[in-house]
Design a protein around this ligand. Structure first.
Ligand code: FPP
Length: 248
């Protein structure tokens, strides 16, 4: 462990015996999965929601404390309206169908991003799911909805600026820990492992600050084909890596 300022913010500890405490996934490749089968894109998203279910279960069994899934980026608004409606419909379905089971299993749902831009009934469902599961502590499922990392950083800067102008803090006192605490992820464990499926090797505006010391894993598997076995392989890959956080 180093003693520099950054270490106060996000020195990921890792769960017991090389298990990452926090895994985040860019679930990519639903469209290509559907296209390869001559199916509409929504069929890929539907299968993607099934994959999310399987991966959540496997992550919980492995002892991962927090799983973050990138379900809708702030750039996804550029997709055709019909596809956006399909994604909203799937969110409705996923939350209504899964909420009781998630709650029974002690899973806390957290949202990263601004889901207030979603249709009011979806936003309400999301709020109700967050409220119902707020007291759970076995595991956290964080869903990134209308999320963009740069917007999150801008939002954090605004929060800190407001505290400065209210006379609560001096600008010079703003440090990495304070900025970290102003992000949507403030109450989540530090990010240990970031996975992107489907062969793309970009972060696409996802958890840019949080991934400073995360291990990155890019796999070719399309998201709908990613399941418990693929997650376990990713965790084994993580366990084999040596993390130095800038030290030697
Ligand atoms: C990327 O594939 C995937 C998305 C934009 C949406 C992800 C949504 C789900 C998996 C369903 C809902 C999940 C939950 C947890 C409620 P893409 O469409 O960009 O695929 P492509 O790159 O092959 O076109």
């Amino acid at each position: 462990m180093t003693s520099n300022a950054a270490s106060a913010v996000s020195q990921p500890g890792g769960g017991g015996a090389g298990v990452p405490r926090h895994v985040a996934i860019i679930m990519d490749g639903n469209g290509r999965w559907a296209k390869a089968r001559g199916l509409p894109r929504v069929a890929g998203h539907r299968q993607g929601a099934e994959a999310a279910r399987a991966v959540l279960r496997a992550a919980g069994e492995a002892g991962v404390e927090c799983l973050t899934l990138y379900a809708f980026s702030s750039e996804n608004w550029r997709r055709p309206e019909t596809e956006i409606n399909d994604l909203m419909g799937l969110l409705r379905l996923y939350i209504s169908a899964e909420l009781n089971a998630l709650h029974r299993e002690g899973i806390r749902i957290r949202i990263l991003g601004d889901h207030r831009a979603f249709p009011p009934d979806v936003a309400k469902l999301v709020d109700a799911a967050v409220a119902k599961t707020a007291g759970n502590s076995r595991m956290t499922l964080a869903i990134a909805l209308n999320y963009g990392s740069r917007a999150e950083l801008v939002h954090a800067a605004q929060k800190l600026a407001a505290r400065v102008s209210a006379g609560e803090i001096e600008p010079e006192r703003i440090d990495e820990a304070m900025l970290d605490a102003s992000l949507y992820t403030s109450d989540l464990p530090p990010l240990d492992l970031l996975i992107r499926t489907s062969g793309e090797r970009r972060l696409s505006n996802f958890l840019l600050w949080q991934s400073a010391y995360a291990e990155l894993l890019f796999v070719d598997t399309l998201w709908p084909d990613f399941g418990g076995d693929e997650l376990r392989a990713a965790l084994a890959d993580f366990a084999s890596r040596e993390r130095r956080y800038g030290g030697r």
